[in-house]
Design a protein around this ligand. Structure first.
Ligand SMILES: NC(=O)c1ccc[n+]([C@@H]2O[C@H](COP(=O)([O-])OP(=O)(O)OC[C@H]3O[C@@H](n4cnc5c(N)ncnc54)[C@H](OP(=O)(O)O)[C@@H]3O)[C@@H](O)[C@H]2O)c1
Length: 330
C-alpha cells in the first residue's frame, strides 16, 4: 500500500494473516515464504535496502506450537532471530516495522494481561516469539508489535476448520474447557493493523472482544462437542491456562462471536457457491438455502465472481444431493 508516498513491504504474505494483510494493503510488495526465507540475514537486509519501504510488516512465523517443541532451532531462527534481521534492515532503511507476536509470551497464571504485564513463556513457541520481540526492541525504536491470539481466518488451517472437520468424522469431539483466551478473526486484525501503524511505537494487544475456553469456542461452531480437562488431553507443548489479552491502547474490535458468524457465513457461501451454483441452481433456491434475500444473493455471487448467466436453470443432481443433506440447514 502506498500511504501518501510510503511504500509497504509484507513478509509472510502467503500465511493466514498475511493474505488478509495483502487485501488491506493491495499495493504492498508482498513476499511469501517461496520468495524469501527471513532467516537469511543477508537476503533480508538486501531486500529491504533494495525495496526501500516506509513500512515493513512481518507476518511470517513458525506457528506450529507443538512442532516448535521438536524443532527448537527452527523456531528460534524464524520467530526469534529473523525479526531481529528485519528490524536491522528497517533501522538502516529508516522504515517503520509492524510485527506480530502472541499471547503465549505469558505464563497464564493471571486471568488477564495488559501490554506492560510481566512475560514468562511456558513453551518453545512462546519463548521464540518473545526472543523476536526482544530482538526488534534491541535493534530499533520505530516498531509496533501486535500481540494477538487464537487466530482464525479464510486463508489458513485453524481451530474452526479443525472442529468442522472432526465434527463430521466423529460422534463427539473432546475439547479442553480449562484454557481461556480471545479468538480473533484475521480479517479484523488486518484492518486494525492499518490503524496501529499510525499510532505511537510500542507493544499493542489486539484481539476480538470477549473471552472463552476452547470448549466454548468449539461449541459456537459445532454441536457434538464435549468438555475435557487439559490433563485428559495432553499436548506436546504446555499451554497457558489464561492468555486473555487486554488491549489498553486502541478502540475495541467487535465480539469474537460476531466475527465468527461472518467467517462461517463466508465459508458456507463460498463452498456453496463454488460447489452448487455452477451446477445451475436458481437464484431463488440459493437464497432459500443461504437464508438470504434475492438482493443479497446477487451480492454473494458478485463476491465470488460468479457470472449470473445460469440464473434460472433447473436443479441438477448436485443440487438434489445438497437438498437431501442437512449440512447447510441452520
Ligand atoms: N495462528 C494463531 O493462532 C496465532 C496466535 C497468536 C499470534 N500469532 C502470530 O500471528 C502471525 C501470523 O500468524 P498466522 O496464523 O497467519 O501464521 P501462518 O498462517 O502459519 O503464516 C505464517 C507464514 O510464514 C511463513 N514462513 C514460515 N517460515 C518462514 C521463513 N523462514 N521465511 C519466510 N516465511 C516463512 C509460512 O510459510 P510456510 O507455510 O510455507 O512455512 C506462512 O506462510 C505470526 O506472527 C504468529 O506468530 C498467530
Amino acid at each position: 500500500m502506498v500511504v501518501g508516498e510510503i511504500k509497504t513491504l509484507i513478509f509472510g504474505a502467503g500465511g493466514m494473516l498475511g493474505t488478509d494483510l495483502c487485501s488491506v494493503f493491495p499495493d504492498a510488495v508482498a513476499l511469501k515464504h517461496s520468495d524469501i526465507d527471513i532467516t537469511d540475514r543477508e537476503l533480508v537486509l538486501e531486500t529491504i535496502k533494495m525495496i526501500n519501504p516506509g513500512v515493513v510488516i512481518n507476518a511470517a512465523a513458525y506457528t506450529d506450537v507443538d512442532g516448535c517443541e521438536d524443532n527448537k532451532e527452527l523456531a528460534f531462527d524464524v520467530n526469534g532471530k529473523a525479526p531481529g534481521y528485519i528490524a536491522q534492515g528497517c533501522f538502516l532503511a529508516g522504515a517503520k516495522l509492524m510485527h506480530f507476536s502472541t499471547d503465549y509470551v505469558f505464563d497464564g497464571s493471571k486471568k488477564e494481561y495488559v501490554e506492560s504485564d510481566l512475560i514468562g513463556p511456558i513453551n518453545v513457541y512462546g519463548e521464540s516469539k518473545l526472543l523476536g520481540e526482544m530482538n526488534i526492541i534491541k535493534n530499533m525504536d520505530n516498531y509496533r508489535i501486535i500481540r494477538t491470539s487464537w487466530l482464525f481466518g479464510l486463508h489458513g488451517g485453524n481451530f474452526v476448520d479443525i472442529m468442522l472437520r472432526l465434527s463430521g468424522k466423529m460422534d463427539t469431539v473432546r475439547v479442553v474447557n480449562d484454557q481461556f483466551g480471545k479468538p480473533t478473526y484475521t480479517a479484523d486484525l488486518a484492518l486494525k493493523t492499518t490503524e496501529v501503524i499510525g499510532l505511537a511505537p510500542g507493544i499493542y494487544h489486539v484481539t476480538n472482544e470477549g473471552m472463552c475456553s476452547w470448549y466454548e469456542f468449539a461449541s459456537a461452531v459445532i454441536d457434538n462437542v464435549v468438555p475435557c480437562s487439559s490433563e485428559e488431553f495432553v499436548r506436546k507443548a504446555k499451554r497457558p491456562r489464561y492468555s486473555v489479552l487486554v488491549n489498553t491502547k486502541t478502540a475495541p474490535m467487535r465480539h469474537w462471536r460476531d466475527a465468527l458468524m461472518e467467517y462461517l457465513k463466508h465459508i458456507v457461501e463460498s463452498d456453496f457457491v463454488t460447489k452448487y451454483y455452477s451446477g445451475k441452481i436458481s437464484k431463488g433456491k440459493l437464497a432459500e438455502m443461504l437464508k438470504v434475500n434475492l438482493y443479497e444473493v446477487n451480492e454473494v455471487l458478485e463476491k465470488y465472481h460468479v457470472k449470473s448467466s445460469v440464473g434460472h436453470g433447473r436443479f441438477t443432481r448436485a443440487i438434489e444431493t445438497a437438498e437431501k443433506s442437512s449440512e447447510y440447514e441452520g
